[in-house]
Ligand binder design. Structure first.
Ligand code: FES
Length: 358
């Protein structure tokens, strides 16, 4: 018997069509060790290998859209019958072609559908453009200690307002660049267009990648600036945040969620991208809850691989019962103590970074 001509029964066509219609158009079927995604669109059957060309996402868990199977992980699309990729937003920025997923021949006889498992077409791998080098191995370039000031205060860049935490951060950086032999850089999250983390990790840990999947999908996403500076440039990162409803700034959380791609490398590959780096904090607010905000932030940065100096944060709050913002701004502007302490925080951090780098 010709082995290439062996057809295996999949099921009754009408029953399969009914099932596909009620399941969003896709059904996972398994024969021996082969996982296949079955589909039916405009009177045409399709059977593709269930593994996506990108990172192996389970195509049967995606959806059928205009005759294409859309991968649930990062939304690459493949023709449901031929497996050929479509050039879509999700893949076009970092591949020349997303290739083809293998397909299987199908035939109907009477009221039944059959599949030929021995004639799976060849997988055509994606061809990646090697643009950008965020994914390079982190390696400290020679030179003085580099201090990054990262302000997480939310504000409109066209109508900037006074921010107590940002004022202390900028003042500490200015003093550091004139009194210490360091290079400094200030970065405000509110000046960057950062896309939300879409929680790819919640679909599968393998779906959360480094560089971040969002960065690879969207060239306009400016989280790249944060990644580049945090992972590759800085030895010391001083993060400033206001206290908002007892927590850190919403922009801090937006950034923290996107930094999951950095932390996830440790969980998945035991690859620590952040090494011999120091973090310290400047936290201010009209209300209290400083220790809780500092505790959360220090734990988070610790989980990324950052070290902290002794006395790792400077904070200021007028307290719950004296919420008077005009007075508060004035207080911070005039407080020599806060400005001095913010500088000493940077000084301690630089000292620790020097020791770590050796
Ligand atoms: S799009 Fe399928 S795994 Fe990324």
């Amino acid at each position: 018997m010709d082995e290439n001509n062996i057809w295996t029964l999949v099921g009754k066509t009408q029953e399969l069509i009914k099932e596909l219609e009620s399941n969003g158009g896709l059904k996972e079927i398994t024969f021996e060790d082969k996982k296949i995604v079955l589909s039916y669109f405009e009177n045409k059957w399709g059977a593709l290998n269930n593994k996506c060309n990108h990172m192996g996402g389970p195509l049967s868990k995606g959806k059928l859209k205009n005759g294409c199977v859309v991968c649930p992980w990062h939304y690459w699309q493949f023709n449901h019958a031929t497996g050929e990729s479509l050039t879509v937003e999700a893949s076009k920025h970092f591949t020349s072609t997303a290739g083809s997923v293998p397909h299987f021949p199908l035939k109907t006889e009477g009221d039944s559908l059959f599949i030929n498992l021995s004639q799976q077409s060849k997988r055509v791998p994606a061809v990646y453009n090697m643009k950008g080098n965020l994914g390079r191995e982190p390696k400290r370039e020679p030179g003085p200690i580099r201090v990054l000031g990262l302000s997480t205060t939310a504000m409109d860049q066209d109508n900037p307002r006074y921010s107590t935490s940002e004022e202390l951060l900028k003042s500490a950086l200015d003093q550091a660049s004139s009194k210490l032999q360091v290079e400094t850089k200030f970065l405000s999250l509110s000046s960057l267009k950062i896309r939300n983390c879409e929680g790819f990790y919640s679909k599968s840990e393998k779906a959360c990648t480094w560089p971040c999947s969002i960065t690879k999908i969207d060239p306009t996403d400016e989280m790249t600036v944060v990644y580049e500076n945090l992972v590759h440039w800085a030895d010391v990162v001083v993060v400033s945040s206001p206290i908002r409803w007892g927590g850190a700034s919403s922009l801090y959380y937006k950034m923290a969620e996107r930094l999951n791609s950095v932390q996830n490398q440790i969980t998945m590959k035991n690859k620590v991208l952040i090494q011999n780096k120091v973090v310290s904090l400047i936290i201010t607010g009209g209300q209290d809850n400083i220790q809780s905000v500092a505790g959360q932030m220090l734990t988070f940065f610790g989980e990324l691989g950052f070290s902290t100096p002794a006395f790792p944060f400077v904070a200021h709050s007028l307290g719950w019962s004296s919420e008077d913002m005009e007075k508060n701004m004035d207080y911070v502007k005039k407080s020599e103590h806060l400005h001095e302490e913010s500088f000493h925080l940077v000084e301690r951090s630089v000292l620790l970074a020097s020791k770590l780098i050796g």
